[in-house]
Ligand binder design. Sequence first.
Ligand code: S3P
Ligand code: PEP
Length: 424
Amino acid sequence: MKSIIIKPSKLNGIIKAPPSKSLSHRAIICAALCKDGNESIIDNVILSEDIKATIDGMRELGAEIKVVESINETYSIHVRSERNIIKKANINCRESGSTLRFLIPLGLMLSEECTFIGSGKLVERPLDIYYKIFEEKKVKYSTNDGILPLSISGSLKSGNYEISGNISSQFVSGLLFALPLTGYDSTVKITDTMESKGYVDLTLEILNKFNISIENKNYEEFKIKGNSKYSSTNYTVEGDLSQAAFFLVAKEIGNSVNCTGINANTMQGDKEILNVIKKFNRIEAYSKDEIIIDASQIPDLVPILTVLASLKEGKTTRIIKAERLRIKESDRLKAICSEMNKLGANIKELEDGLLIEGLSCLKGGATVNSWNDHRIAMSLAIAATKCEKEIILENYTAVNKSYPQFWNDYKLLGGDIDELNVWK
Ligand SMILES: O=C(O)C1=C[C@@H](OP(=O)(O)O)[C@@H](O)[C@H](O)C1
Ligand SMILES: C=C(OP(=O)(O)O)C(=O)O
């Protein structure tokens, strides 16, 4: 495990938000589903571990993908596909939930047999929604008691699908990518409430760019036309609001950071960070009112919002409807609560959220761990700027999952970090 020392220092400067991971996954997948003989070029992509998993996965399903370096470690992804059926595909999803859940239905469409492997916590992140569909639709599958590897064979058929919307929106997105390729019309009905709606919006937005139009009936039902044709197009990925949130919060807790590259009209649900920051500032310190944050539509913001709430002196924040955070790259409620408390924060873990008492600064002077979770690592790095004493962060390379340049950018902003050359 690699560790880093972070000394207290104020961040200063301008930082451009890295390209959106969610939009990159989607654009690469849609480009690989075009069969019109043309190439699509997806511009402004960073090669995070998750995006590499999607590129390699779509290659395994038959797409021809060239990665061309452009500027500042961003890449152009050139995609072309014949979409012939592959006999046997082996897909390594690394630690990417999106890759796994988006590519499972596509594996059924584009291969006779497909095996999915992964690493870290991904091997145990839930897939029950797909298993239920496999049982209902007679798709052959095998896993080791719900743990990866997963092998599937058979095909995805047009028809009516009923699924829960409050485990992960990634199952809905996965079906929405694949069902237009089936022969007849389909519906996907949400049996309860749709959480992470913003990510479904991103799926529909990108599908639209590639000429696939799906009717969204208030996130209760999606109507999909069968036998649809994806059309190739060029697409430039916009800045990532979930990543920009780290720098927006850095500014809010006293650093002089300006984050650029944010599309004011973005469909990304995590644009909500801007409203949440305003909400924090509307409530007076030491007032009796708690700041309530409903995390059901913005799960990825919770770790960094916990840092923000911990540094809002005299304010009490309650994060609610966040139980799904326990099934991400780490149990994010446990991870952020335990590591921030080591730094001196005052956080109580609740069954479905967190209760946070804001302080003026943190003591630091402790060793914390990212729990191999990129969003925990980046949150702790921002918290370190408000620590009185240096901290040691173990497993800091977890950021490679979504933002491999994070430490570089942190240093460019004046972050004072030193790699510890010890392996534990
Ligand atoms: O579709 C996507 O790109 C994502 C959906 C969200 O997952 P859930 O739908 O499981 O909340 C989010 O947490 C993840 O980081 C990215
Ligand atoms: C949960 C995340 O991603 P995924 O589900 O794709 O692994 C994330 O990036 O925070």
